[in-house]
Design a protein around this ligand. Structure first.
Ligand SMILES: [Zn+2]
Length: 309
């Protein structure tokens, strides 16, 4: 055997080895547990999914850990919420991960927000005085099951692009998820139907898609502006408005201090309800459909108690 021939065989062996992982699971890293849950629904055992932020953490402010960098460096696909939700922590992580495959603009990076319904896209000029306003609209869009379905479609299409051999598998998994979601949506709509048009207050602007979907009206926020902690003057104004309009329910995300919401609730004779804004936000919210099962039943029960309906 000539030396060149032997090198050729060795090279072929290496190529064969390199080709093998194509049939192994795609390594998917998602910024949130919601996206991880959807990626698992669609990807099944063809994907190995790692979520970075936990569902009980504020997704705007996540402390990057060394394990995050490792996960990004080994990923075949990174899925982000987008709309600047992760602007404070994801760009640095993508740079530190040094993985060319998953940089924005490449096939290994999916911005899940591109084909969904986005609310609160600001018009006109954005100034610092407006608080932490997202110029690309409200990034908490996964809290509408119709958007969950659209995210799953985008995940299906991207997984099929990266692993074309399993296209039919992903299509079947998506169809199954979509039909289970459809059955669940009927259940949630029925539970929320008695409360159409009811006004509530939320701590942060996490819920416009959710409340819109289920026909509730968010009349105010505990935060004076997005990302700005409660101030005495805003709190007094909110109490006055809530009393005037008979609003009695304050929805709070798990990562905010309950002190101000509880004080407001006692002033208006109402109550505070903690809902899970994400999968993993509470242990019952173990997957995407269970997240809504938990939130819709908790919200319906709280609305029943404050409205008597
Ligand atoms: Zn936000």
């Amino acid at each position: 055997m000539t030396r060149l021939f032997r090198i050729g065989i060795a090279a072929a062996a290496i190529l064969t080895l390199a080709a093998l992982p194509a049939s192994a699971a795609l390594r998917v890293v998602t910024t949130t547990e919601d996206l991880a849950a959807i990626a698992r629904e669609v990807g099944g055992d063809k994907v190995e999914v790692t979520a970075l932020a936990r569902g009980y953490q504020d997704p705007h402010f996540v402390e990057p850990k060394p394990s995050f960098i490792l996960a990004v460096s080994r990923a075949d696909l990174v899925i982000a919420v987008g709309r600047e939700l992760e602007i404070g922590w994801l760009p640095t992580l993508l740079t530190s991960g040094r993985n060319a495959k998953v940089q924005p603009g490449s096939n290994g990076y999916l911005d899940a927000s591109l084909n969904v319904k986005i609310l609160e896209i600001p018009t006109g000029q954005i100034t610092r005085a407006m608080g932490d306003v997202h110029p690309q609209g409200n990034p908490h869009y996964w809290l509408d099951p119709a958007n969950g379905r659209l995210i799953a479609q985008a995940v299906r299409d991207r997984l099929s692009l990266l692993d074309a051999a399993d296209k039919a598998f992903f299509a079947q998994r998506y169809d199954d998820f979509s039909s289970r979601l459809g059955v669940a949506e009927k259940r949630w709509d029925a539970m929320m139907a008695p409360y159409k048009g009811t006004k509530i207050v939320t701590y942060h602007r996490s819920w416009p898609n959710f409340m819109d979907r289920f026909g509730l009206v968010v009349m105010g926020y505990v935060e004076p502006k997005p990302g700005i902690p409660p101030s005495p003057s805003h709190t007094l104004e909110l109490i006055t408005d809530m009393k005037a309009q008979g609003v009695k329910l304050i929805v709070v995300e798990p990562y905010f201090d309950k002190k101000t919401p509880l004080a407001i609730a006692s002033q208006v004779g109402g109550r505070v309800l903690e809902l899970a804004p994400s999968v993993g936000g509470t242990k019952e919210a173990a997957d995407y459909i269970k997240l809504f099962d938990y939130d819709v039943s908790a919200l319906a029960a709280a609305l029943k108690s404050v409205t008597g309906k």
